[in-house]
Design a protein around this ligand. Sequence first.
Ligand code: OAD
Length: 229
Amino acid sequence: MKQKLVVLTGAGISAESGLQTFRDTDGLWEGYDVNEVATPQAWSKNPLLVQHFYNLRRKACLEAQPNAAHKALVELEARYDVVIITQNIDNLHERAGSSRVVHLHGIITKAQSSADPYLIYDIEGWELKMGAKCEKGSQLRPHIVWFGEPVPMIETAADLASRAHIFMVIGTSLAVYPAASLIHYVSHTSEKIIIDPKIPPVQGLTNLEVVAEKAGTGVPKVVKQLLSR
Ligand code: OAD
C-alpha cells in the first residue's frame, strides 16, 4: 500500500508563477486593506470594490502557468497516495496535473450565490460582474472563504493531516488559522518537511526537516529524494 503523503501549500508555491503572496514585503496585503476586500462586511459595504479586487486576481491566475514546484508534486503520485491541501485560490495544482486537491479557502474560478453558499457556478473568463445572479435571483460573489467566515473543508483537511505518513508544508507563513493548525494534527511519528525561503515559526514538532529554499528549486529536490527511497 502506498504511503499517505499530504501537502499543505500557500501563496509561496505560486510566487514563481508570478502571483503575489499576501504578507511578503511586496505582498497583496501591503497594497490592499484586507478588511476592505476580503470580509463579508466589505462585500456589504462596497461589493464593486470586492468584485474588482477578485476580478484582478482571477485575471492574474488565468494568465499564470504552473511552475516547477507544482509540476514536481504531480510526480509524487507515482509512488505515494498524495493529497494537496491548498490555501491558494488559484488552480495551478490542478492545471499542473495533481489529481486530489482540497481548496481550504475556495477557488477563484468559481462563483457562489450570496444568499446560498452551496449554489456554486463556474465563471467563464476573468470577470464576474455585478448583476450576475444565481438561480434564486441573488447576486453572485467569488467562491472564496473570507475572513470571519467558516472554513467548511477544515475537518476533511484535519482528518487527512492526522493520517499522513509524510506531511509537507510549502510556501506559507502559517499566519492564518485554522489552516496553520493542521501541522499539529500530524502524528509525532510522521515525517514533516517545510519548504520556504523564510521558515515559519513552528514549535514542538518532532521529525521535522526544513528546506530554506524557494519552491521552484526546493520542491523538485525534495521530490527527487522522496522518489528515490
Ligand atoms: P503569505 O503571504 O502569508 O505567506 C507566503 C509565504 O510564502 C511566506 O512564508 C514566504 O516566505 C513564502 N514564499 C515567498 N516566495 C516563495 C517562493 N518562491 N517559494 C516558496 N515560498 C515562498 O501567504 P499564505 O501563508 O498562503 O487567505 O497566506 C494564507 C492566507 O492568508 C491566504 O490563503 C489568504 C491570505 O489572507 C484568504 O484570502 C482567506
